[in-house]
Write a protein that binds this ligand. Structure first.
Ligand code: UDX
Length: 420
């Protein structure tokens, strides 16, 4: 069976490469010519551990990329739709990319085709948008096409590992035939399969991300209270995490969560719940705590090394987490904005994201190494937990850590943490 993947971003490219590695013939499609050319030349368009080796193995033997969406659809029987659903101004999910792709697809469909939705979409989207758009184009559900909701749970930086070793595969549909076709594609996976209706599968994705975000804002709130007490929140988290009902994961307090998923997904669920007439107080608070969390680092800086105006401040890390080149919703960007408003003099280093940030803040000092940041600043802020920062020589410089880089106690001489 030949597969196609629409949208070759952080999710789609891993889905395409993963299915190709499983032995399927995959044609990936994207509107971005540079991305398509890079993939066909085995050049990873994103930084993801193991991606280069994977592309070397499967391109062009099993995976090819094209800008021609219609060709991709015509040459395949099952299509994974992995286009973005970014936030609109009020937090509402934007379906523009998805609707645009569906309209194009409906013009070329001439045989039964299964569409697997991996884009994160609010409950009701598969039935009210995906199926409706195809039916409005004259296609018959379960006859000319079918739909399965198959949310992804990939963590950036661990995406390939997560693809091949998922905790579960979630498949939502009202068409048993389509469910069995997609289940067969994942037949090598030994994890539990959760089969459900469309809405349950759509909600599992949002609820999972909203819960993880809640866990982070919770430990950040505990961390903020602990900091006032002079309590080390990391020790508190260790004591909590040994309770198997809590578990040790996602209990790392710090400058808050970023990335393209948690902020977007929690905001979209808050928006949708409100639209339905429910007031999601808890999830609004999760976003409020997270929005203010980077400011805690700046307050600590001001208290311990103020005034900030004119001070040479070094920033180590720009990405929203280590192991990725992604700066989307990174707390480091808000930190830069706040420090610039306080008229600090900034020098910056990140192993993977310097070029992206330079496009946003062209007039800052971008150092070649982390050691140069330390050398050229009075105070150093740790904004991303890149492991190589642990080996730097901080001398007597004040280090304010927003990401618990020195979790094992190997702390610099003049050190303090945001919540510990
Ligand atoms: C997340 C979900 O984990 C994944 O299942 C979903 O498919 C996409 O969104 P990702 O955003 O790539 O994955 O990274 P993740 O490792 O979950 O971290 C998200 C953010 O939370 C990062 O900014 C990270 O630094 C922060 N975080 C994570 C904490 O602040 N504390 C923690 O304990 C864990």
């Amino acid at each position: 069976m030949k597969l196609s993947v629409v949208g070759l971003g952080y999710v789609g490219l891993i889905q395409a490469a993963g299915m190709a590695k499983l032995g399927y013939e995959v044609i990936g499609t994207d509107i971005d010519k540079e991305k398509v050319d890079n993939i066909n030349n085995r050049v990873p368009p994103i930084y993801e551990k193991g991606l280069k080796e994977l592309l070397d193995e499967i391109v062009p033997r099993k995976l090819t990329a094209t800008q021609d969406l219609k060709k991709a659809i015509k040459e395949s029987e099952v299509t994974f739709i992995c286009v973005g659903t970014p936030s609109k101004r009020q937090g509402e999910m934007s379906l523009h990319q998805l609707e645009n792709v569906l309209k194009q697809i409906s013009t070329v469909l001439d045989k039964y085709h299964v569409f697997v939705i991996k884009s994160t979409v609010v409950p009701g989207t598969c039935e009210n948008v995906v199926i409706k758009t195809m039916e409005n184009a004259g296609k018959r559900y379960k006859v000319d096409f079918s739909v399965v909701m198959n949310p992804e749970f990939l963590r950036e930086g661990e995406a390939i590992e997560d693809f091949f070793a998922p905790d579960r595969v979630v498949l939502g549909s009202s068409d048993e035939k389509a469910l069995s076709i997609v289940k067969m594609l994942y037949s090598e996976f030994k994890c539990p399969f959760v089969e459900s209706g469309f809405k349950e599968a759509e909600m599992i994705k949002y609820a999972s991300n909203a819960f993880l975000a809640t866990k982070i804002s919770f430990i950040n709130e505990i961390g903020n209270i602990s900091k006032i007490y002079g309590i080390d929140a990391n020790v508190v988290a260790k004591g909590m995490g040994l309770d198997k009902r809590i578990n040790p994961h996602f209990l790392r307090s710090g400058i808050g969560f970023g990335g393209s998923c948690f902020p977007k997904d929690v905001s979209a669920l808050v928006y949708k719940a409100t639209e339905l007439g429910y007031n999601p107080r808890l999830m609004r608070s999760v976003l409020d705590v997270n929005r203010d969390q980077p400011l805690k680092l700046i307050e600590l800086l001001d208290r311990s090394a103020g005034p900030i105006k004119g001070k040479k401040i070094g920033l180590l890390g720009l990405t929203f987490k280590s192991g990725t080149d992604d700066i989307r919703e990174s707390p480091a960007l808000l930190t830069i904005k706040e420090l610039l408003m306080e008229e600090a003099k900034l020098c910056i280093y990140d192993p993977k994201a310097m070029d992206k940030v330079q496009k946003i803040f062209p007039h800052l000092t971008y150092e070649k190494t982390g050691q140069d940041v330390i050398k050229n600043s009075e105070v150093v802020l740790i904004l991303t937990e890149w492991p190589q920062f642990r080996e730097l020589d901080f001398g007597n410089k004040l280090v304010i850590d927003g990401k618990n880089l020195f979790y094992d106690g190997k702390r610099p001489k003049n050190y303090m943490g945001i919540c510990w």
